[in-house]
Design a binder for this molecule. Structure first.
Ligand code: ADP
Ligand code: MG
Length: 212
């Protein structure tokens, strides 16, 4: 079944709900190695993006415009560094599906991978620097690998979830060298990166959306 803007409206609202449930936990994680606002930032950003999408006419708005609306709303809603990272990600996802009225499974995966790449390009973080890239990049790679092996979209996204969880867990053993927690130096060791933790929640929600 192709994915249209109505589906993206549902997906963003699902992600916003899941992030909102974990808001306090994400703030606690950020309180340990950052400034304690990550849950609030993500809740605000995803809520704003979901609300902006809900206002669109799903019948007459192409997916690329939906992603662009999400980018603008996310960026305007929050001042934390995750704002421009996700805003760039959504714009890249939109660019990846430009001109499409609805998305095939391959189009959707292309948007998913463009989103991940957008975060990396905007923040210039590599794997191992204890950021959300440690969850997003392996997730995108696992999804593409599963697709290359002939898997259906739902199972590609299952693979993405597993890779994101592993990547997030691995951030415990990393010293932050990007973003606010890099100021802590070795003291960031032993703690999960909040941006990687929220990425897992987002990717889990995308996966349950695609599996439904
Ligand atoms: P802030 O650090 O401005 O308070 P948030 O608390 O919303 O912003 O987000 C912190 C998260 O942002 C970190 O846990 C990390 O995952 C992510 N992050 C910070 N800098 C970068 C970067 N350069 N590239 C990718 N992710 C980053
Ligand atoms: Mg913070």
């Amino acid at each position: 079944m192709p994915i249209n803007t109505h589906d993206l409206q549902r997906m963003f609202s699902l992600i916003a709900d899941e992030i909102a449930k974990k808001r306090d936990w994400l703030c606690e994680l950020d309180g340990v190695i950052g400034d304690g606002d990550h849950g609030l930032a993500m809740e605000g950003g995803w809520h704003a993006a979901a609300t902006a999408l809900a206002l669109l006419d799903g019948d007459h708005t192409p997916p690329t415009a939906a992603f662009n609306a999400a980018a603008k709303a996310f960026l305007n809603a929050i001042g934390a560094s995750s704002g421009p990272l996700y805003a760039t990600a959504f714009m890249r996802a939109g660019a990846a599906v430009k001109g499409k009225e609805e998305l095939s499974d391959d189009d959707f995966l292309a948007a998913f991978c463009a989103l991940s790449q957008g975060i990396q390009d905007r923040g210039k973080a590599e794997i191992g620097e204890k950021t959300m890239v440690d969850a997003w990049k392996p997730a995108a790679e696992a999804a593409l690998q599963a697709r290359a092996n002939g898997e259906a979209l739902a199972s590609c996204l299952d693979a993405a979830v597993r890779a994101a969880r592993d990547g997030c867990e691995a951030t415990k053993g990393m010293v932050a060298t990007k973003g606010r927690s890099s100021r802590l130096g070795d003291r960031s060791l032993g703690h999960v990166d909040p941006g990687a933790a929220s990425a897992v929640i987002v990717i889990e929600a995308i996966s349950s959306f695609a599996g439904s």
